[in-house]
Write a protein that binds this ligand. Structure first.
Ligand SMILES: Nc1ncnc2c1ncn2[C@@H]1O[C@H](COP(=O)(O)OP(=O)(O)OP(=O)(O)O)[C@@H](O)[C@H]1O
Ligand SMILES: O=P(O)(O)O[C@@H]1[C@H](O)[C@H](O)[C@@H](OP(=O)(O)O)[C@H](OP(=O)(O)O)[C@H]1O
Length: 310
């Protein structure tokens, strides 16, 4: 039985007769092929990615598994249409906290139509994309008060997030207490989720190393999706310190991937470096709970190496 995903935080939603993704509850996420060639572009990307000999296996694990396309009744009135069949990245999770971070100071491909450019440049300027090189597209944080209670700001609110809001939400995302307007995020789970050999930072560094070399694809308007369960993170931060929090770092949304033409994707890479710096700042924050001392070598854009004792 297909139904809209329970924990989708951004993008087109299958509700109110709109076209959006569906899940089968058995581990597959069905994304309808969007119009204007976007769906075909996303299928072409997945096909190319999973068949390209130059893409290392450890990098493929950052992408949802691809199982081809399937014609299904669409969630809107448009009748049957092809859907991408992808691994459901939230499979097995009961009360996930997740955040969708759209990477890139610009979300428009170089050869896009003028009207699409105008639509994107407005969103890029009115969000943190231009200033930071990435923006929050959506976020959901599990409220410890209840497994089915979540803090999920509206799409309109998230669209207005600027630098200080992004800094705050990246701290709220790894806090034990639910977000509150008059309480500083406690960041008690920062070390378990962002830090450690299997944490977000280490995984983003793996991605960064690939983006410093790969010239196959340019990822416009693609997102980094961070997913974890608070229970596992609390265990990893507490009595089972050192136990991985099981945080998932994935890439999604490839409707606007272009051929790299032998050039590195400096737009995505810059946004990734900026996100890595923001996460390191959380881990470096003396008030961040659960600090740990791990050394992370960061090579910045200018090639300088800095040791962050965190
Ligand atoms: N493979 C997946 N498994 C589980 N959830 C997913 C998966 N891919 C995407 N999602 C969920 O759906 C949301 C939107 O995904 P995606 O960006 O691919 O859709 P979209 O409609 O193209 O978005 P946009 O409007 O940003 O282009 C993500 O934020 C995430 O919550
Ligand atoms: O970021 P938001 O607020 O969710 O806005 C959507 C987001 O920018 C998508 O990337 C875009 O799809 P495309 O980039 O593929 O056009 C979509 O356009 P659409 O609704 O016209 O499809 C927007 O609604």
């Amino acid at each position: 039985m297909l139904k809209p995903p329970e924990h989708q935080v951004a993008g087109h939603r299958a509700q109110d007769g709109q076209l959006g993704p569906l899940v089968d509850g058995c581990g597959i996420f069905y994304k309808p092929l969007q119009g204007d060639g976007r769906g075909d572009a996303e299928v072409a990307f997945y096909t190319s990615l999973f068949s390209h000999p130059a893409v290392p296996p450890h990098i493929l694990s950052f992408f949802p598994g691809f199982h081809g396309t399937l014609v299904l009744p669409a969630s809107d009135a448009s009748g049957p249409r092809p859907h991408l069949a992808l691994d459901d990245l939230l499979a097995g999770l009961r009360s996930p906290s997740l955040i969708d971070l759209k990477i890139g100071g610009r979300t428009w491909p170089p050869d896009c139509p003028e009207d699409y450019f105008q639509k994107c440049i407005v969103k890029d300027r009115e969000s943190s994309s231009v200033a930071l090189g990435f923006r929050v597209s959506g976020v959901q944080i599990q409220d410890p008060a209840g497994a089915d209670a979540f803090w999920r700001p509206s799409r309109a609110a998230v669209r207005r997030y600027m630098v200080k809001d992004v800094r705050r939400v990246l701290r709220q995302f790894v806090s034990a207490d639910p977000p509150s307007p008059d309480q500083k995020p406690d960041c008690a789970l920062a070390s378990a989720v962002y830090g450690g050999p299997d944490g977000v930072l280490a995984q983003l560094m793996e991605l960064k190393a690939w983006f410093e070399e790969q010239t196959l694809f340019h990822f416009y308007s693609a997102s980094v999706l961070l997913v974890y369960e608070k229970d596992a993170a609390v265990a990893a931060a507490g009595q089972q310190a050192g136990k991985p929090s099981g945080v998932r770092v994935k890439l999604v949304d490839f409707a606007h991937v272009m051929d790299g033409q032998g050039v590195i994707d400096h737009n995505f890479l810059g946004g990734l470096c900026s996100l890595i710096k923001f996460m390191s700042d959380v881990l470096n924050d003396p008030e961040a709970g659960g600090r740990e001392s791990i050394k992370v070598q960061l090579s910045c854009e200018d090639g300088s190496l800095e040791n962050l004792g965190i």
